[in-house]
Design a protein around this ligand. Structure first.
Ligand code: URA
Length: 441
């Protein structure tokens, strides 16, 4: 078999066999197939697509490219969650302790941010001492003892995805349904959970810009998991503006703490409750979504969910005092107000633009090697639907290094679109996909 022939076959619109897909993934993972040939095939897949059988085979080839986690030593139904990526998406910081406080074991492997999107591990590392790399034995022990652990992905879990994702990131081949579905599902299947909840983002800050594509992506991922005996449910959720108000690591941790106290942004709280309700039902801790929502709301009110976050932080050597006293989290030296330059209703906030504005302040990495400044970022004052007058505060920039402040401010202003009329409100959740099909809300 030759990689050249596989590229030509896909370029000409043919269906690839399981053997061809296995050959590609094995060769690319072990380095015998070079980046330029893998890039050519990815671009051919991008334009020609893959059918369901090819996508499932690609997923399994990536699962089999590395080791698989065995979570059988953890008691109960293990429910994992994955977001397809967004800006201000601090969901795991709230959802994981919230669900764990209701008795669902959360054994979560999270990632770092790259480009304009943030990563849970970076956010957690803004807490002094927090360890994201712990041994497998410790990970399992923590989940059994505390019902929760959030750690970095081990290098050997779906290594093909790791290599391919980095290549797709720089070759314009990320936003393809088969490639995203196989990337997400290979990681989730290798991570060993019994059930998986997917948060499929749609909108300007997401890879899927339109709702129909987001439903197709969700359906593809649910089908892959269902065919392999996993219970998978996807929610299609809004990413036409950042989630909540805070973008930047310690700022997002603070917003997550507020949310666990019941004082968080409405959109973010609602998303956590809806995703959490699905996780509780899948984990067998609630008989239906209504009962699940009530349990979750009660755990916010009683402080049990916040206590669970502190328990997890301390179990992973983090400083729980900073969670009890969020003013002790890293703080930027300067707070710069950004004012509206015109009047009108905020009709959209380009989430990617806000992500880049935060990145320019040092909140994210421009290359894999960049160091993050945990303290910096952006806190929005206005969201979609708000009426602003010229001169009103749109947002606050939290900065240490001022060298790219003006660039950041310009990106932020560009991200806001104002209009004369109040824009139609988009729903936060567009629908659900599970093994029974699609439900549109
Ligand atoms: N998230 C992933 O894990 N993979 C993709 O391809 C896109 C989003």
């Amino acid at each position: 078999m030759r990689m050249y022939d596989i590229i030509i076959r896909k370029r000409n619109g043919h269906e690839l066999t399981k053997e061809e897909i296995d050959f590609f993934i094995k060769g690319y993972t072990d380095g015998t197939i070079p980046d330029y040939q893998a890039s050519a095939l990815l671009m051919a897949i991008y334009f020609r697509g893959m059918n369901k059988r090819e996508t499932a085979d690609l997923t399994m080839a990536m699962v089999n490219s590395g080791s698989k986690m065995d979570l059988s030593a953890i008691d109960g139904v293990k429910v994992d969650k994955h977001s397809t990526g967004g800006v201000g998406d601090k969901t795991t910081l709230v959802l994981a302790p919230l669900v764990a406080s209701a008795g669902v074991p959360v054994a979560k492997m999270s990632g770092r941010g790259l480009g304009h999107t943030g990563g849970t591990l970076d956010k957690l590392e803004s807490i002094d001492g927090f360890q994201v790399q712990i041994s497998m034995a410790q990970f399992i022990q923590n989940v059994n003892r505390h019902k929760i652990a959030v750690v970095g992905q081990t290098g050997d879990l779906a290594p093909a995805d790791k290599k391919l994702y980095a290549l797709r990131d720089v070759t314009g081949t990320v936003d393809n349904i088969s490639l995203i579905a196989s990337s997400v599902m290979s990681k989730k299947l290798a991570a060993g959970a019994d059930a998986i909840v997917l948060d499929v983002k749609v909108g300007s800050g997401a890879f899927m810009k339109g709702t129909e594509d987001a439903f197709l992506l969700a359906q593809e991922m649910v089908d892959i998991g269902t065919n392999l005996g996993r219970n998978v449910v996807a929610l299609i959720t809004e990413m036409n503006e950042p989630l909540g108000y805070a973008v930047g690591n310690a700022l997002e941790v603070k917003e997550a703490i507020d949310t666990l106290k019941g004082k968080g942004p409405e959109d973010f709280m609602q998303l956590c409750i809806e995703l959490g309700a699905v996780m509780l039902v899948l984990g067998g801790k609630a008989k239906d979504y209504d009962a699940a929502r009530q349990i979750l709301q009660a755990n916010i009110k009683s402080g049990a969910a916040l206590a669970k976050l502190i328990e997890m932080i301390e179990a992973q050597q983090g400083n729980g005092v900073q969670i009890r006293n969020p003013e002790m989290l890293p703080k930027a030296e300067h707070m710069i107000e950004v004012r509206a330059q015109a009047s009108g209703y905020v009709s959209s906030i380009d989430a990617e633009g806000i992500g880049i504005a935060a990145l320019l302040l040092g909140a994210g990495r421009e290359t894999k090697e960049s160091a993050i400044d945990y303290a910096v970022g952006i806190v929005l004052s206005r969201k979609v639907g708000d009426l602003v007058e010229e001169g009103d505060t749109l947002a606050w920039l939290h900065a240490n290094d001022l060298s790219r402040l003006e660039e950041s401010r310009a990106r932020l202003l560009q991200a806001y679109t104002l209009s004369e009329s109040n824009p139609a409100k988009r729903p936060l959740i567009f629908g659900m996909v599970d093994k029974n099909g699609i439900t549109r809300y």
